[in-house]
Ligand binder design. Structure first.
Ligand SMILES: [Zn+2]
Length: 431
């Protein structure tokens, strides 16, 4: 029995690479893109024909830094809570909600970042079983970090005995990193997250790589031999260089990347997630704060004087201004950049993904390039570039149909999602 097909006709097509083509037809058969035509093909019995006049067809998007368990948060400026105060069942509900929100936005794939209690795995499995709907999930581990670093739950909050139950998992020595990687990848995680330096959140980057070469190599070799990727919270200059050389696949934040780091990232074919929306929002909030009235509420958890707070905020600003000077250099050099940020933090609601794109547009990045980051580059970061991320015959059918033209007006992505197709299935239909 012939399967019914989806036949998109008269579409403006952004295929993930560009240039934009007008009046294109795309045929989806099963879970694949069966054809991309310049003219409308003959429709068969049972085909669903979708007239895309006035709309743009594009690949489903990839959110490449996705914290399933963060949020929702009340408006206002409380410090990031990371969900650790909530029960595991509640966080599972949050994760399902975040997945649904992402799909609503035309996001058909997510690359997990750190999460507590196996949330990503639970979400991935629930989506696979059809219990909840959501994007393709590359499930991430908890955040592996060296003992005693600033986010080590056994450090600042040692008396609460949060230990390894929460978002972070602290350890010392190559064997410990190897063990943790084996354990969490063994449970089904696709991505291992490590934290290699302080910075990017609410404090300046330190020029360190907390992991020894042994520890770094233990994570990367163990993950890779089991088919998993490695991503690093990596705001530091030296961290970028050493992570890229060690084979880390995804460099998060890269606030202090320099020319040597760019070379190392290119040589390693690694991906960078610049995640500049958080920095924008954090600094806007810092600017708006009346420090004479109350202490600034986002801190590293360490008591500080007003002078220390102001110095910390100034140092964060300096990092961000530096990163802005490096963005064009990364682009010019051909670094693979992708979208994704710490959504679910205060001031960063899940679903507000277009705002990150607008930050890059404000930095002079052409919109079609930003959309490449969101689609083709994201699929490449997933190591699925051969099967996903562009609208090409034979690839998996992950598509978003947008009213208007997001290639000239990013706001169309905010208001105009009309249909989302994942793996050939219509998962959102507002036509
Ligand atoms: Zn993050």
């Amino acid at each position: 029995m012939a399967e019914s097909r989806l036949v998109f006709t008269h579409a403006r097509l952004f295929d993930g690479e560009g240039p934009v083509r007008e009046d294109v037809a795309v045929v989806v058969e099963g879970n694949r893109i069966a054809a991309v035509h310049e003219a409308a093909p003959a429709a068969g019995d049972g085909d669903r024909v979708i007239d895309c006049t006035g709309m743009t067809l594009m690949p489903g998007m990839v959110q490449s830094h996705f914290h399933t368990g963060f949020g929702p948060t009340p408006s206002g400026g409380i410090a990031p809570s990371l969900g650790l105060e909530a029960s595991a069942p509640f966080m599972g509900i949050i994760a399902a909600s975040n997945a649904r929100i992402a799909l609503d936005c035309g996001v058909t794939s997510i690359i997990g970042s750190s999460n507590p209690g196996g949330l990503d795995l639970a979400l991935k499995e629930a989506i696979t079983l059809g219990v909840v709907d959501g994007p393709r999930v590359l499930a991430c581990t908890s955040e592996f970090m060296t003992t005693g670093e600033q986010a080590d739950g056994d450090n600042r909050s040692w008396f609460m005995q949060l230990g390894n139950k929460g978002l972070v998992r602290s350890m010392t020595g190559a064997d410990a990193f190897r063990h943790a990687t084996r354990e969490e990848v063994g449970r089904g995680c696709n991505v291992v997250k490590i934290s290699v330096a302080r910075g990017h959140g609410s404090a300046a980057a330190w020029d360190v790589n907390y992991l020894t070469a042994d520890e770094l190599d233990a994570v990367v070799s163990t993950a890779h031999e089991r088919g998993a990727l490695v991503r690093a919270h990596c705001p530091s200059r030296i961290g970028v260089i050493e992570c890229a050389r060690a084979g880390v696949d995804i460099i998060d934040h890269a606030d202090r990347i320099d020319e040597e780091g760019i070379e190392a990232v290119l040589a390693a074919d690694a991906t960078v997630v610049p995640s500049m929306l958080w920095s924008e929002r954090f600094l806007q909030f810092a600017d708006s704060w009346d420090h004479s009235q109350a202490p600034f509420p986002i801190s590293e958890g360490i008591p500080e004087t007003l002078d220390q707070t102001l110095a910390r905020l100034a140092a964060v600003r300096e990092d961000y201004e530096y990163t802005q000077t490096m963005l064009p250099k990364m682009r010019e050099a051909g670094v693979r950049l992708v979208l994704g940020d710490d959504y679910g933090f205060p001031m960063m609601p899940h679903g507000d993904y277009v705002s990150e794109m607008e930050v890059y547009a404000g930095q002079g990045v052409p919109i079609d390039e930003i959309l490449q980051w969101a689609t083709r580059n994201g699929a490449q970061a997933m190591k699925m570039g051969d099967t996903l991320g562009t609208v090409v015959e034979g690839k998996l059918a992950d598509l978003a149909l947008i009213a208007g033209d997001p290639t000239t007006d990013l706001n169309a992505l905010r208001t105009g999602v009309r249909m989302v197709v994942k793996d050939g299935n219509v998962v959102r239909d507002h036509l």
